[in-house]
Design a protein around this ligand. Structure first.
Ligand code: GDP
Length: 295
């Protein structure tokens, strides 16, 4: 199974940390839960998610629902799945999807993958290249557009991002497009400007296409571990983030960060990137994820 394979580094690191605990043949008590707590904290799952999980497990031990290591393992997996807020990736069309995130996290790649996915589902898609600051990014986006078989609306380097979205909306309406996927800038060192720019894109979307559903997905790079959480907090303050797309899960042992995201941000993880090619992309299923990282 491909998901399992791409999460192998995360799984191996968790196996190393948890194996000793899951092999114990004694009655589960607070000392063992403390050991588990330490192991989880070092596994990029983060303090908040770990504390939530341990509390749930303590309650179950108290209620005599966890007696041995096997039951501890199943209860841990069950509570991990429960940590994830319900993802709702269905939406009505027309829709405008803003893709936000810091440069380098895999935004361009993700837009290509998402466009391809929607297109495979029979939707008519266009991409708005509204990160006008990075000429190379626009070129990359055009390449991804070709791969996905989706048109990319672009303007000259340095033009107003809102004006690119305006063009894309006009084209989208004229061609009865279902989904407009809009790239956005990701220069976090000019945080204030960046957030103003995102807000302006929202305003244009609202004003020019009121009947379209507006969705925003934040792209986070799993290899950055806890750093991804701080990025998410910054974006969450500025825009209404509907879902997270977690990339590069294939190359990292830090996949546990998905649980930290769930516990600390309360935003659903909707999709995950599992490689560099257009099909290395999947809907995020909490149960499948947990089964893949703890086997
Ligand atoms: P952007 O700067 O956020 O637009 O990032 P890009 O889309 O250009 O991606 C940056 C790098 O990450 C590229 O080398 C991509 O091939 C790589 N990348 C993106 N998503 C994934 C993924 O899910 N897995 C792996 N292994 N690499 C990825």
């Amino acid at each position: 199974n491909k998901i399992k394979e791409s999460l192998s580094k995360t799984r191996n690191s968790l196996v190393n940390k948890l194996e000793g605990i899951f092999k114990l043949s004694v009655k589960i008590d607070d000392d063992i839960l403390e050991e588990l707590e330490e192991a989880l904290i070092t596994a990029d799952i983060g303090v908040k998610a770990t504390e939530d999980l341990i509390q749930k497990l303590k309650d179950k031990v108290k209620a005599n629902k966890i007696k041995d290591a096997d039951e501890l393992k199943s209860a841990l997996k069950e509570e991990m799945v429960n940590l994830f807020p319900k993802s709702n990736i269905g939406f009505s069309t027309p829709a405008i999807i803003l893709i936000v995130g810091v440069n380098g996290v895999g935004k361009t790649t993700t837009i290509g993958k998402l466009a391809y996915k929607y297109k495979s589902e029979g939707k008519k898609v266009i991409i708005a290249a509204a990160d006008t600051f990075r000429a190379a990014a626009v070129e990359q986006l055009v390449v991804w557009g070709q791969r996905a078989g989706v048109e990319v609306i672009r303007q000259m380097e340095g033009s107003d991002p809102a004006s690119v979205l305006f063009d894309a909306i006009r084209a989208g309406k004229a061609r009865h497009v279902d989904v407009i996927i809009c790239d956005t800038a990701g220069r976090l060192h000019t945080k204030k400007n960046l957030m103003e720019e995102l807000k302006k894109l929202y305003r244009v979307a609202e004003k020019e296409y009121p009947e379209a559903v507006k969705i925003s997905y934040l792209v986070l790079d799993a290899t950055t571990g806890q750093n991804a959480i701080s990025q998410a907090k910054i974006f969450k303050d500025a825009v209404n983030v509907n879902g997270i797309i977690l990339t590069k899960l294939d190359g990292t042992a830090k996949g546990g960060v998905a649980l930290a995201i769930a516990a600390e941000l309360g935003i659903p993880v909707c999709y995950m990137g599992t490689g560099e090619s257009i099909e290395d992309f999947a809907e995020f299923d909490p149960k499948e994820f947990v089964d893949a990282i703890i086997s």
